[in-house]
Design a protein around this ligand. Structure first.
Ligand code: ADP
Ligand code: MG
Length: 243
């Protein structure tokens, strides 16, 4: 019997800041071609979980596997070169630089071996986000919140990752803008990049994702298809504002 190997796998991972444990025995798997959402309230440990993939902070116990390799103790730059890109919370574009300069940084910052063409990456990003093409000479600081999020995603894609980790891309954006960005996430997956999406915005994230996990105080309490979790009474009570 053939078994399909996950692209990213957490096996019983525990993470702490000093003496304070924030993630307790996390196990989860993400397969190629999926969009998987992890939803949880503020402070549940979502950002920590994503940052642990890059070894900052390191897991105290348990193992992380990516693309068939154990990466738990790899240095951060080495993990990026395995083909994982993170779009951090709060977007963090370089405000004084133009859109084009921000995108160019995306490839030079992450990739040391240039075995792929810069032009192809740029074209892919501009095709995905025509707005960025229109504004390529504009300073990133003058973009709207939604455009800055597109730029942050575009910059991460410049390294042509196998997997994109997104930390609350919907934060502070109007529902319509979130919808536009989430449509693009679907296209990114169709183009071959697997997505792990971390969100407080359970409603839109679970609509988009095939599968989801619910994180409560550093523990996964529920897992299922996006559709199942959306109608789960516990999820509805905790995240969708229903009593
Ligand atoms: N650098 C840090 N040092 C100490 N505690 C931290 C640090 N970052 C986050 N925490 C704590 O870890 C817990 C989880 O935080 P975080 O991963 O940011 O959650 P989320 O992204 O779900 O809001 C919170 O209690 C937070 O205060
Ligand atoms: Mg966070």
């Amino acid at each position: 019997m053939e078994t399909v190997e996950p692209l990213l796998r957490f096996d019983n991972v525990t993470v702490a800041y000093g003496a304070m444990r924030v993630l307790h025995g996390i196990s989860l798997s993400i397969y190629r071609g999926e969009i998987v959402a992890l939803v949880g309230a503020n402070g549940a440990g979502k950002s920590t979980l994503l940052m642990t993939v890059f070894g900052q902070p390191h897991a105290r116990a348990g193992d992380i596997y990516f693309d068939g390799q154990e990466i738990t103790h790899f240095a951060t730059h080495r993990i990026a070169r395995c083909g994982i890109a993170l779009v951090p919370e709060g977007r963090r574009v370089f405000a004084a630089m133009t859109v084009a300069e921000n995108l160019n940084l995306g490839m030079t910052a992450l990739i040391s071996e240039k075995h792929w063409s810069d032009e192809v990456g740029l074209e892919q990003v501009y095709t995905l986000f025509p707005r960025l093409w229109e504004r390529r000479q504009q300073r990133a600081g003058t973009l709207s919140g939604g455009e800055q999020q597109m730029l942050a995603i575009g910059r991460a894609l410049m390294s042509r990752p196998k997997m994109l980790l997104l930390d609350e891309p919907s934060l502070g954006l109007a529902p319509l803008v979130v919808k536009q960005i989430f449509v693009n996430l679907q296209r990114i997956v169709q183009q071959g990049t697997t997505i792990f999406l971390v969100e407080q915005n359970a409603n839109q994230a679970l609509r988009l994702a095939q599968r989801g996990y619910v994180l409560v105080n550093g523990r996964i309490t529920l897992a299922g298809s996006g559709a199942e979790l959306l109608v789960n009474p516990q999820v509805r009570a905790a995240y969708l504002g229903e009593a």
